[in-house]
Design a protein around this ligand. Structure first.
Ligand code: NAG
Ligand code: NAG
Ligand code: NAG
Ligand code: NAG
Ligand code: NAG
Ligand code: NAG
Ligand code: NAG
Ligand code: NAG
Length: 276
């Protein structure tokens, strides 16, 4: 029995490795979508691009949706993105289907906090700015994000011109501490960036790879495409920024949890080798 359990564990890991992408599975291949599900769009059925992925090859601590222990919310605070204004969900939520089975409601929306982690996100709620909805991919643990820059509330929170690409590139520029925002028109499926941020004594080193093939370079099925298209370009460029994060420094006295999954797998493989 133990023997079979271990074999199942090892072959699941080998299967995942057949994917052309490392650290997540392509929802399109599974029957899901890289566009979110939004209610009441006109015409119906439009969605927003999942344009950033935190790969499961990242440190296990940052993949946990937590404000503590160096978790995802602490990482996002290192780039001035906070949970909702006064804990309330202003505006509607969206869903995503990352596994081909279930439409899952977003975990929550994070908003630009203008340097104030306590009530700064209220400012974004009314003035507009960068915001991010996120989901966890069940089978891999990767975090998928729909990032964009929206207009002020009075304008109905439409997305600004080129606001999906710009939202993604602001996030890339911030997590890698670039001196100036990226010029999105220069990005290709070979662009890479690396750099660090720090919050509450956790230092996050982020490697970014822009990848093609997950979204299309077009306006088809994109929510708010009329306000987003700019200079005759499609609403999105089709690139997804894949982040792989390592935690290179922690508060004194906190030790790395270690790659529990990876080491268990190595142990399992060794056991299987011993058994067969
Ligand atoms: C969309 O509308 C349906 C029916 O009113 C509702 O059940 C669902 O929760 C809504 N989805 C979201 C993401 O708000
Ligand atoms: C999931 O969303 C898709 C796209 O909007 C819709 O066609 C489908 O009916 C939804 N599935 C369920 C179970 O609600
Ligand atoms: C994936 O998520 C859905 C919805 O949250 C849940 O019902 C399902 O059990 C999960 N599947 C796995 C394999 O964790
Ligand atoms: C970081 O994000 C903010 C918006 O939240 C943006 O104004 C700024 O230009 C970004 N910085 C870089 C280097 O991209
Ligand atoms: C983008 O490309 C243009 C044309 O090749 C170049 O002039 C510009 O300096 C580039 N911008 C950045 C930020 O690399
Ligand atoms: C970060 O480290 C400094 C220097 O060791 C310490 O004074 C400070 O209290 C720490 N802050 C947090 C939030 O752990
Ligand atoms: C990258 O883009 C080029 C030009 O659009 C294309 O020919 C190539 O197949 C792409 N490569 C990948 C890995 O997506
Ligand atoms: C997207 O398509 C436009 C033409 O519509 C082209 O100029 C641009 O280079 C393409 N972007 C990428 C990332 O392939």
């Amino acid at each position: 029995m133990l023997h079979w359990l271990l074999l199942a564990h090892v072959s699941a890991a080998l299967l995942a490795r057949d994917s052309p992408y490392s650290g997540f599975n392509d929802p399109n291949v599974l029957g899901g979508s890289m566009l979110t599900i939004v209610n009441n769009t006109y015409p119906p059925g439009l969605g927003e691009p999942l344009n950033v992925i935190l790969s499961a090859d990242s440190d296990p601590a940052v993949l946990k949706d937590s404000l503590y222990d160096g978790g995802f919310q602490n990482y996002m605070l290192s780039v001035h993105l906070s949970t909702q204004c006064l804990g309330a969900q202003f505006g509607s939520t969206q869903e995503a289907n990352l596994d081909g089975h279930t439409n899952v409601t977003e975990i929550q929306t994070l908003r630009q906090n203008y340097g104030d982690p306590y009530i700064g996100s209220c400012r974004e709620t009314f003035e507009g700015g960068q915001h991010l909805r996120y989901w966890k991919q069940n089978d891999t643990g990767a975090i998928f994000m729909a990032v964009s820059v929206e207009m002020e509330l009075i304008k109905g929170h439409d997305i600004i011109p080129n606001g999906y690409n710009v939202g993604r590139d602001f996030l890339v520029g911030n997590v890698t501490s670039l001196p100036a925002p990226l010029d999105g028109r220069n990005l290709t499926n070979t662009s890479t960036f690396v750099g660090s941020t720090r919050y509450r004594n956790y230092t996050y080193n982020t490697e970014v790879r822009y990848v093609g093939g997950l979204l299309s370079n077009s306006s088809a099925d994109i929510n708010h495409y009329l306000t987003v298209e700019e200079d005759g370009m499609p609403a999105i460029d089709g690139l997804v920024a894949v982040f792989t994060v390592s935690i290179t420094d922690r508060p004194k006295g906190v030790s790395a949890a270690g790659r529990a999954g990876a080491s268990a797998l190595v142990a399992a493989a060794a056991l299987v080798a011993a058994l067969v």
